[in-house]
Design a binder for this molecule. Structure first.
Ligand code: ADP
Ligand code: MG
Length: 239
């Protein structure tokens, strides 16, 4: 998966424009666990959405599996997303009227396939929710809903797994467990990109991307949390 000088600008109703991404380029290789960190509002979620083809860049290109998403019709783009991408949304995006199990099975249904029962069960077991599979999202805690969203994204063993603050609602032990799972999924050959505020977890990634104000300020091997904080503050790379 690759982003090439991706810029994104949002127009406000009053006619003003906000430049959210400023020519961002990077590559996330299969087999790598890549972590994106950056202060709130730096454009991390927007970048993930552009990478997944859920949002169109104002300029620049995003490539999934070597395919330029700009060159696909909306229908083909949606299909590529369903085939290639697992996504954990920052706000979970669970369907309120479906049980945990049905939420995890949803990608199969959207793809016109019967859910593979054993895979759905296994994904719920991985996140420790097998016993709560029949519950509706409203009957689960925030952290449990987040784990259902993770199970849904990993269930189809996607080639590209994009997760937006997947541990924000989890306790430290469960968060650590989720990071271990993401690392394992990457080691099995997927390109895993995770946005997180957990700078210590970022030290265990294969690659780290530091964003601020729509720019990438650092990309490379993990650096200590203190160095990342210095980049946030200074707005420049301190190495
Ligand atoms: N649909 C939108 N319309 C207008 N502004 C947006 C939209 N989505 C995001 N933004 C703005 O873009 C900036 C970056 O947002 P986001 O990508 O969510 O940042 P992050 O995930 O790093 O916190 C924020 O200032 C946000 O308000
Ligand atoms: Mg965000």
């Amino acid at each position: 998966m690759r982003a090439s000088t991706v810029s994104k600008e949002f127009a406000a109703p009053d006619g003003s424009h906000t430049q959210v991404l400023n020519g961002v380029s990077f590559e996330a290789a299969a087999g790598d666990f890549t972590v994106i960190v950056g202060p709130s509002g730096s454009g991390k979620s927007t970048l993930l959405h552009c990478l997944a083809g859920l949002e169109r860049p104002t300029s620049g290109e995003a490539f999934l599996d070597g395919v330029n998403l700009n060159e696909l019709t909306p229908r083909a783009r949606a299909r590529a997303y369903r085939k290639i991408v697992g996504f954990v949304f920052q706000n979970y995006n669970l369907i309120d009227s479906l049980s945990a199990w049905e939420n995890v099975a949803l990608p199969f249904r959207l793809d016109g396939r019967r859910p593979e029962v054993s895979r759905v069960d296994a994904a719920l077991t991985v996140v420790g929710l097998a016993s709560k599979r029949k519950r509706l999202p409203s009957q689960l805690s925030g952290g449990e809903q987040q784990r259902v969203a993770i199970a849904r994204a990993i269930c189809s063993e996607p080639a590209v797994l994009l997760t937006d603050e997947p541990t924000g609602a989890l306790d430290d032990v469960t968060a650590q467990f989720v990071f271990d799972q993401l690392k394992r999924i990457a080691a099995n050959g997927a390109a895993v990109v995770t946005v997180t505020h957990d700078l210590v977890a970022a030290e265990r990634a294969d690659r780290v991307i530091v964003m601020r104000s729509g720019h990438i300020l650092y990309t490379g091997l993990p650096i200590p949390a203190t160095e990342i904080t210095a980049i946030f503050a200074a707005g420049e790379v301190s190495r």
